[in-house]
Design a protein around this ligand. Structure first.
Ligand code: GTR
Length: 327
């Protein structure tokens, strides 16, 4: 009995010494929308592994992949409110919550992915992160999601007029609905998980996404024309609930951030490989692919989206201009 007591006291003292008096180990839960083998899925599992490693087991993370914990807009709310600690989110559906983050959803705002990362690593990224943090989401690291292009069931898109009258699925964000409306199409905001069936049954005529998501979802089986418009380049984050993050010691904050940043390096490498592999796979499956030689007409047609964004957020004009001026 005394021996047992001594043992448990000793155990408690050891735990106190190791973890600076923290009450008990934290068990976090994380949301990810993607399937097994997807770059983000592998990288988020790596994040969980690094988190345990770098915090000496004080923080563990159980990842829930494949969107099993709900749709992306719901999961964003969950992480904001603390029902979940961690999410791997696309900034698209974060935009309606945090206007600063919505800047990345302006069509053609980034020249390419490298430009996007240069912006994120500078003042622009700091402004976006501050806006998200104010809404309860702290971005720990940025993931790559390539560029999004249109795909349809019936015909290729070469010019804005080809979108006229088409029902096009978009993520939940008024900027995307506005973008499709400017092309004369009918926007249909819908959860990612519903798009396959909607394309298959003709509830929508098309959608837009990057090569890996077009492939991993099987959308290519039911919408066989992929047109390289590259109208949106949207980053993704490893995001954490702000209260959880702010409650950590500086040492733990550094460990958590380092784990996320390391996972992002892996994700970006895997992304580059997967983009090429997905493209190859869908082409081999027989989809029809077209480049869009002149993107200027799309850019011009979508330009009014900038005006509506700036009308709603006049104070964010400098952020838009900062991004446009970033080399
Ligand atoms: C993917 C992205 C997901 C989700 C999805 C969608 O490219 O990685 O987080 O946003 O697009 O279209 O809903």
């Amino acid at each position: 009995m005394y021996q047992k007591l001594t043992k448990s006291i000793l155990g408690a003292v050891t735990a106190l010494a190791l973890f600076g008096g923290a009450a008990s180990a934290a068990e976090w839960r994380g949301w990810n929308i993607h399937v097994d083998g997807y770059p983000n899925t592998i990288a988020m599992d790596k994040f969980a592994e690094l988190l345990a490693e770098k915090t000496g087991g004080e923080i563990t993370l159980q990842m829930f992949h494949g969107g099993t914990l709900g749709s992306q807009p719901d999961a964003i709310e969950q992480v904001r409110l603390g029902g979940l600690e961690i999410g791997n989110f696309n900034l698209g559906p974060i935009g309606p919550v945090a206007p600063e983050a919505n800047v990345v959803s302006l069509p053609f705002i980034f020249k390419d992915v490298a430009h996007m990362f240069r912006v994120l690593e500078g003042e622009g990224g700091a402004a976006i992160a501050a806006g998200m943090t104010a809404k309860g989401l702290v971005p720990l690291a940025w993931y790559d999601a390539g560029a999004r292009s249109f795909y349809t069931a019936g015909k290729p898109i070469n010019a804005p007029a080809d979108v006229q009258g088409l029902k096009v699925r978009v993520m939940n964000n008024d900027l995307y609905s506005g973008m499709i409306a400017q092309l004369g199409g009918n926007p249909s905001p819908m959860a990612f998980a519903e798009v396959y069936q909607a394309l298959k049954t003709g509830v929508v005529d098309g959608a837009e996404n990057n090569w890996p998501s077009y492939e991993s979802t099987g959308h290519f089986e039911v919408a066989g024309f992929y047109s390289l418009s590259q109208h949106l380049i949207i980053p993704e984050c490893v995001c954490i609930n702000a209260d959880v993050y702010n409650g950590l010691s500086d040492e733990m904050k550094a460990a958590v951030t380092a784990a996320a940043v390391e996972s992002a390096a892996l994700q970006r490498n895997l992304w580059a490989e997967r983009e090429a592999a997905s493209r190859e796979k869908v082409l081999a499956a027989g989809i029809k692919f077209n480049e869009i030689a002149d993107k200027a007409p799309f850019q011009a047609a979508m330009a009014p989206v900038y005006e509506s964004y700036l009308a709603a957020n006049p104070d964010l004009r400098p952020l838009v201009e900062l991004i446009q001026a970033t080399e």
